[in-house]
Every structure is written in structure tokens, then in C-alpha cells.
Write a protein that binds this ligand. Structure first.
Ligand code: FAD
Length: 287
């Protein structure tokens, strides 16, 4: 590994000032589970590494019935998984975070690091998008707020601008009657990245689908929201035929690649199967 200067700021303001001072030469590190691999492989050689580990108050998880859930970017996967409010009010998040890698990684990796690496194979982004999460990006110039769905730009590229730190993820209060499903399709090993990931939330009004969010991971250059598929269901009377149609449309919105988890064609077929399964599972789940 190439030599680098290492800083441990104790506040976000201090971290932002360091980022501004060192510009392109600097890189943030949180849990280090992704960054250290890239540095060891010499894919990244930052001259300056700024750790977020000692930043005060950077790992909170707060729930309020009116404001919803606020998760600091430095919160560990494992702490989110084990948080009682997450378990009770956001079971989709509980289900997602408990499936991230294995406990060793969940005890090191942060949700901020997970989202900021912009890896389309990762799990939390899809579930957070399905729950309409917003993020706060903080720099020396101030704060910027963004729906998480607009954050992912391309393979390993996000909308994070120079000098910015992801500081908070906010999830709106869980609306009454929300049904959900999360499927992490892992034909190889329980600890692998998903071959296909599906996160779905929907709300019924009578027999109609009042609202629906469908997000997918591992099947395109970014985690994506399948908006055309959602439109098939939104405000329509739910039926098996409609669910089938939604799944077919979802498969046209993805752009998977051939890799060691399967061919692009196989993943596209699995999107059809798993979106159907997710919708059926969500409908069967009592709100
Ligand atoms: C063996 C293994 C298995 C894995 N399996 C899964 C899996 O099944 N599902 C899954 O979702 N993920 C999986 N991961 C990915 C893992 O979840 C991420 O590596 C982890 O969440 C990254 O968090 P970190 O805190 O370690 O980030 P770091 O490695 O510290 O940082 C990652 C990137 O984010 C930037 N960064 C970190 N924090 C911030 C911030 N607050 N603001 C701006 N930029 C920031 C860093 O500069 C760096 O570019 C796996 C990783 C490993 C090593």
C-alpha cells in the first residue's frame, strides 16, 4: 500500500474542512470494508485518508412516530439490524440489513459507506428507495438534501460532489397499511452479494393498489427504481394478470451483465419470477 497521511477528525465540520483542504488527494474512510480492498488492489491510492470513526454523534438511529427514522451515515449495518424501532416500524429494513454479508462485515461496515461506494450489488439502497428515503449531504458550504433514488448515477458513481459527506438518511414514518417484501436471491452462498435483489412496498385501497415502490439491485449499473413497472399497478385493481404484466415490464427496465452469478438472460428471467413473487408475498402480508 502506498504511504498516506491519516486524520481522525472529531466533528463533521472538521472532516469537511480537511476534505476541502486536500481536495482530490483525500478519501474518506468509515468502516474500511470496501476502501481498504480498493487500496490494497491499488485501484485507489489516496495521499490523505480521513477517518469518520471518531466523529462525535455519527452513529445514531432515532425514531419518532411523526418524523420517521433518522439514521446517521456512520451507523453500522449490525446496529440497524438490531435496533428495536427498526424491527418494529420498518421490518423491510430489518429484513434487508440482516441479510447484508455476514456478521463480521455487518459489525464493521456503515450504511454511509455502503451507499457511497455506489455498488449496484449492495442491498440497503433498494429497500431504502422502496421506503422513499432521503439523504443529507454535508460540506463546508452547507447541506444538500436528495431523494436516495437520485443518488446513484452509474457503476460505482454517485451524485456525491467534491467536499461532501453523506451525513444522514431519513425514512418517512411508515404509512398505515404498507405491505412489503424483500427478496435477496442467492443461489450460491448465504453470504454472497445478490444475483437479483427485489425490494417492494405497496399500499392497497380496497382492491386497488393505491401506491407502489419497486426497487431492484444487482441487475443494472445502479440500484434502480422500476418506475414503468410500478405504473402498471398504480391505482389499478390488483389481479394475477396485472402482477404478471408488472413483472414483464420490470424485466425490460433492467440491464444486467453476464458474470459469475449468472448470465444477463438468466438474471432478466429471474427478475420476472422474483418481482411476481415479491408482489404476491407483499399482498399476503397483513399491513
Ligand atoms: C466480504 C464482503 C461481503 C459483502 N457482502 C455484502 C452484501 O451481501 N450486501 C451488501 O449490501 N454489501 C455487502 N458488502 C459491502 C459492504 O456492505 C460495504 O463494504 C460496506 O457497507 C461499506 O461500508 P464501510 O463503512 O466499510 O465503507 P468504507 O470502505 O469505509 O468506504 C466505502 C466508500 O464510501 C466512502 N464513504 C464512506 N462513508 C462515507 C460518507 N459518510 N460520506 C461520503 N463518503 C463516504 C469512502 O470514501 C469509500 O469511497 C460486502 C463487503 C465485503 C467485504
Amino acid at each position: 500500500m502506498v504511504k498516506f497521511d491519516y486524520f481522525e477528525p472529531e466533528s463533521i465540520e472538521e472532516a469537511c474542512a480537511l476534505l476541502e483542504r486536500h481536495g482530490d488527494e483525500a478519501r474518506l474512510i468509515a468502516g474500511g470494508t470496501a476502501l481498504l480492498i480498493w487500496m490494497r488492489m491499488k485501484l485507489l491510492n489516496p495521499r490523505v485518508v480521513i477517518s469518520l470513526a471518531k466523529v462525535a454523534n455519527f452513529d445514531y438511529i432515532r425514531f419518532d412516530p411523526r418524523d420517521g427514522l433518522k439514521i446517521s451515515a456512520g451507523a453500522l449495518h449490525r446496529d440497524i439490524e438490531l435496533n428495536p424501532a427498526v424491527h418494529e416500524h420498518y421490518p423491510l429494513l430489518y429484513e434487508t440489513f440482516r441479510k447484508v454479508a455476514q456478521p463480521r462485515i455487518r459489525n464493521m461496515g456503515t450504511v454511509g459507506g455502503n451507499l457511497c461506494q455506489g455498488d449496484p450489488l449492495t442491498d440497503p439502497g433498494a429497500s431504502l428507495i422502496a421506503l422513499d428515503a432521503e439523504i443529507t449531504l454535508t460540506s463546508s458550504k452547507g447541506k444538500r438534501f436528495l431523494p436516495l433514488g437520485k443518488f446513484f448515477v452509474d457503476y460505482y458513481q454517485t451524485d456525491l460532489q467534491p467536499g461532501e459527506i453523506l451525513t444522514e438518511i431519513r425514512v418517512p414514518p411508515s404509512a398505515n397499511g404498507v405491505r412489503w417484501s424483500h427478496i435477496k436471491f442467492l443461489p450460491r452462498s448465504q453470504e454472497d452479494f445478490a444475483t437479483v435483489g427485489v425490494a417492494l412496498t405497496l399500499r392497497l385501497q380496497g382492491e386497488r393498489c393505491d401506491d407502489i415502490h419497486l426497487a431492484l439491485n444487482s441487475v443494472a449499473p445502479t440500484i434502480l427504481r422500476a418506475k414503468q413497472a410500478e405504473e402498471i399497478m398504480r391505482k389499478q385493481k390488483v389481479s394475477d394478470k396485472l402482477i404478471y404484466e408488472m413483472a414483464e415490464v420490470a424485466a425490460t427496465e433492467v440491464d444486467p451483465i453476464d458474470d459469475n452469478r449468472g448470465s444477463a438472460e438468466y438474471k432478466r428471467e429471474m427478475v420476472k419470477v422474483l418481482v411476481r413473487r415479491a408482489a404476491q408475498e407483499a399482498l399476503q402480508r397483513l399491513p
